[in-house]
Design a binder for this molecule. Structure first.
Ligand code: COD
Length: 163
């Protein structure tokens, strides 16, 4: 039987830390759906279509990885897509408490969907979307930490917002 995993997140924007986890997941599952949360409460830097485009462009050569957007409960979305697993990356102890709480809550809501934690490559373990945005806003260089598709658009975004 074919196994589908969901890699859910904000991906605002996609970083090489995310890419590392998604590639690891793609080696363990037949299909990986990278699911971008449509969060009406947060003011994101990139629109959902922009974030989906970064994912599609980065995984263009990987037929096992697809990009999609979701809103509402993650486990309801996972059920709709027939996924058996939710994959999350753990960077440091600081990620653990939040991830552990979500995993147990999601299990209570949907016991058949297993949360799987993967560890990233060490060189990306300190990368976060929040720091990427902060550094770019302050004219720092984040090349080598985000995919090609993201690097150029990040600089453009901040150039246009400071005019
Ligand atoms: N190295 C490895 N992994 C990384 C790195 C890195 N450098 N950076 C990020 N990651 C991992 C994260 O740990 C995460 O697993 C994934 O990549 C995505 O990261 P983010 O920051 O984009 O995602 P979040 O934390 O904003 O995602 C939160 C969810 C969308 C999963 C959550 O809010 C959710 O499920 N919302 C839907 C509503 C719902 O169901 N709520 C109830 C939850 S119990």
């Amino acid at each position: 039987t074919s196994r589908t995993a969901i890699c859910p997140g904000s991906f605002d924007p996609l970083t090489l830390g995310h890419v590392d986890i998604i590639r690891r997941a793609a080696r363990q599952f037949d299909r990986v759906i990278v699911a971008v949360l449509h969060n009406t409460g947060k003011a994101p830097l990139f629109t959902v279509p922009e974030r989906l485009e970064f994912i599609s462009a980065t995984f263009a050569d990987d037929p096992g990885v697809e990009a999609d957007a979701f809103s509402g409960l993650l486990v309801a979305y996972a059920r709709r897509r027939g996924a058996t697993a939710i994959v999350r990356g753990i960077r440091a102890v600081s990620d653990f408490e939040y991830e552990f709480q979500m995993a147990l809550m999601n299990r209570r809501l949907a016991p058949e969907v297993e949360t799987v934690f993967l560890t990233p490559a060490e060189e990306y373990s300190y990368v976060s979307s929040r720091l990427i945005k902060e550094i770019t806003a302050l004219s720092g260089d984040v090349s080598g930490l985000v995919p090609e598709a993201v690097a150029g658009r990040l600089v453009e975004k901040f150039a246009s917002s400071s005019e």
